[in-house]
Design a protein around this ligand. Structure first.
Ligand code: F1P
Length: 337
């Protein structure tokens, strides 16, 4: 919980890396493809990077799990930038992929631990400024990775408006944390659920995936993250009376469509837990449980902010179930095999 509380500060500190990141983007004007490579939470940060880089900079971007990297390695060349995201900089699968990519392409590592192996092997390095993270499940390092990726994309795309908006992001955290009691009550209501679903579209999709991963990691409850539009291709069969479905719904162009997915799950009896904005009357009238966020946080910057209530939900459910959220079973802080 200490680390979740430090997330606003971690973002503020990481924003100070802007000038260092600018030097890197100035040097990369000739790239025509980007490939992100990562594991776990860092993979979800990478997915957000794909949406940002393709929409802001128009650069085709792929995202690969480090353990699957070798199946795509022969598509790389010297105009490809391969970006490795890893809080530890020591994850074995990520380092293996980095060694391979160094042979053909430009490589950039976005890492929280200074001096780690990834920082020594990659051509370019961005240091996230989250400070030490003791909890095994990544929280403040995740929003710091995202902050680095946002800065990188905004600088590459010369998007001054986004750069300005990023400065404001830490200000949204205080209000969210003040409302954490709302999440505590939700946790007590849903602590015995066997399955959770998390849905979102566009920028909200990786938020849903990361929300589901946090739940699995620290509460051992089955959580599935889905692109909201994918529900109708099978998973709707699993939505029954009383199944909690977390709908991630920031204001933006996907709102109408995600609302119709919300109606779909609700008509099958799901308990809808919505994370949305204060002025969203439609959402407020439909959800069973709500967590509301400042209306200024639209879908573009939502990944940095909307993840906080989802992390808190997993945290409080773990506490309610008598589990130690800092020491999840079968998960190491750094996977070196
Ligand atoms: C990747 C990761 C983390 C997860 C856990 C195990 O680590 O999957 O996302 O929370 O710590 O490792 P990293 O490559 O980002 O250090």
């Amino acid at each position: 919980i200490k680390e979740i509380n430090e997330e606003g500060t971690a973002i503020k500190n990481t924003l100070t890396e802007k000038d260092n990141i600018k030097k890197i983007t100035d040097d990369l004007s000739d790239i025509n493809r980007i490939v992100f490579v990562a594991c776990g939470t860092s993979y979800h940060a990478s997915l957000t990077g794909k949406y940002l880089l393709e929409s802001l900079a128009g650069i085709p971007t792929d995202v690969l799990l480090a353990s699957e990297f070798k199946y795509s390695e022969n598509t790389l060349n010297d105009e490809t930038l391969v970006i490795f995201i890893s809080q530890s900089g020591e994850t074995a699968d990520t380092l293996k992929a980095l060694n391979i990519a160094n042979e053909t392409s430009k490589t950039l590592a976005i890492v929280n631990v200074a001096g780690s192996s990834a920082t020594r092997r990659a051509k370019y390095v961005i240091h996230t400024q989250a400070g030490p993270e003791i909890g095994v499940a990544a929280t403040k390092t995740y929003v710091s990775q995202l902050t680095s990726i946002y800065l990188f994309a905004a600088l590459l795309a010369h998007d001054d408006n986004l750069l300005e908006r990023l400065q404001k992001v830490p200000e949204y955290f205080e209000d969210i944390l003040k409302d954490s009691e709302i999440i505590e009550k939700m946790a007590s209501k849903y602590k015995y659920a066997q399955d959770f679903f998390f849905i979102g579209r566009g920028y909200a999709y990786p938020i849903a995936l990361e929300g589901a991963l946090k739940l699995k990691e620290i509460t051992y409850i089955h959580g599935e993250g889905y692109a909201a539009g994918e529900l109708k291709h099978g998973p709707l069969a699993l939505i029954d009376q009383g199944v909690p479905v977390v709908v991630v719904l920031p204001p933006g162009e996907n709102h109408r469509k995600t609302m119709s997915n919300l109606e779909e799950v609700k008509s099958r009896g799901a308990d809808v837990i919505a994370v949305g904005s204060f002025n969203d009357e439609k959402l407020i009238s439909k959800a069973n449980d709500l967590f509301l966020i400042n209306d200024e946080v639209d879908d573009l910057i939502a990944p940095l902010v909307y993840i906080i209530p989802l992390q808190l939900l997993s945290y409080y459910i773990a506490i309610e179930r008598g589990l130690d959220p800092d020491k999840p079973k079968n998960l190491a802080k750094c996977v070196t095999v």
